[in-house]
Design a protein. Structure first.
Length: 374
């Protein structure tokens, strides 16, 4: 049964598109190109793509909670083994491929793949520590001590934040059991986020990449899933809420949160949560309206993993100084197209079949296990 929500896919597609444009803009810039015809405020907004990561955190918190509720009925009854196996099945196959490509090219000292970002020149053996940190969800902590050291691996900090939350969530739910304690825990994370950011405003890596700097957005997503159980919006109400929250997200993206950094990410998270809540109404049988965004949303994980590999490869073909005025916009389109192709191929031939195979094997094992008991 298809449980995908087209509104959430569209929001996730918009979020990953913001991230892709941001990383291209940081690598090549958007000025000195036909893009200069766009208003200056819109060009500046392209550099706010990190807000897309906050949107991702909210979406992930919502989906992991709503899926757990649908599977087990109550967060206190989460099957720990099934929960973690399903996460491994979804994340690990394509992540291992991405890491293998980065390590292979990095050990050959290919620029933007080696451990030499930010003027550092760390040995190839440092890949062992770096890869271990990605796979065990503390890469953001490693960056707090090592700084920006690997162009490709740097972006995987958000995976560490997200998966550390998912590691702790089912354990906390099983331990606390009562819903009011779970709500209190999420509330504590929401309060801790702005407090943590206020204490680390002078250090970008701590301010943006720390666990407590981001857990509040995921917790807001979790609370949205719990709220959606009891709040039933009519289609018109849901449409209005999506419209208003979408406008709020667009305004925050364009205006930025400069001067309001401590609570700005909270505003983005709340607006994202409102959009999701508005998207939980019955969708009917109407055809999808934002098919390209929905496609990006469905493949957002593969796009996230491989876009930086594509971009690093392109930077080895031509650097910012070597890109002529008329070539910058086509180069952006090449980047988007190549990233989409890579994501589609990985999803089609690796992520989806591996995910399905691992889950089938786990379900067979779980079904056969009782028969082995005397």
């Amino acid at each position: 049964m298809n449980t995908r929500n087209s509104h959430i896919d569209a929001l996730r597609g918009a979020a990953i598109l913001c991230v892709l444009v941001l990383h291209f803009a940081l690598a090549y810039g958007l000025k000195n190109s036909p893009l200069e015809a766009l208003p200056g405020w819109l060009l500046r907004a392209a550099y706010q793509g990190n807000y897309g990561v906050t949107m991702f955190f909210v979406i992930s918190g919502y989906l992991i909670t709503s899926t757990s509720l649908r599977r087990w009925g109550d967060l206190a009854r989460i099957d720990l083994a099934a929960f973690y196996v399903y996460r491994i099945a979804r994340l690990l196959p394509s992540l291992l491929l991405a890491l293998s490509i980065i390590v292979m090219l990095g050990t050959l000292d290919v620029p933007f793949f080696a451990n030499s970002d930010g003027g550092k020149d760390l040995p190839a053996s440092y890949f062992v520590i770096a890869i271990a940190s990605v796979l065990t969800f503390w890469h953001n902590v490693l960056m707090q001590s090592a700084g920006y050291f690997n162009y490709c691996l740097n972006v995987y900090w958000s995976l560490s934040v997200e998966e550390m939350f998912y590691l702790l969530l089912p354990l906390s739910c099983r331990l606390l059991r009562k819903r009011h304690w779970i709500l209190l825990l999420c509330g504590a994370a929401i309060v801790a986020g702005p407090a943590y950011r206020s204490l680390h405003a002078d250090n970008e890596i701590y301010f943006m990449y720390g666990y407590f700097a981001c857990f509040d957005a995921i917790a807001i997503g979790c609370l949205t899933a719990l709220l959606a159980q009891s709040v039933r919006l009519r289609p018109r109400q849901g449409q209005l809420l999506r419209l208003l929250s979408g406008l709020a997200l667009a305004a925050l993206y364009v205006r930025g949160i400069g001067g309001h950094e401590v609570f700005g990410f909270t505003w983005i998270a709340v607006a994202s949560a409102a959009f999701i809540l508005g998207g939980t109404t019955a969708q009917g049988a109407r055809p999808p309206r934002f098919a390209p965004l929905q496609w990006l949303g469905r493949h957002s994980y593969e796009l996230y993993l491989f876009h930086i590999i594509v971009l690093a490869g392109m930077r080895n073909v031509v650097d910012k100084a070597g890109l002529a005025y008329a070539e910058r916009l086509p180069w952006l389109l090449v980047f988007l197209a190549a990233t989409a192709l890579a994501a589609a191929l990985v999803a089609r031939y690796l992520s989806e079949p591996a995910n399905a195979a691992i889950r089938r094997r786990f379900r067979r094992s779980a079904t056969a296990a009782p028969s082995c008991v005397p």
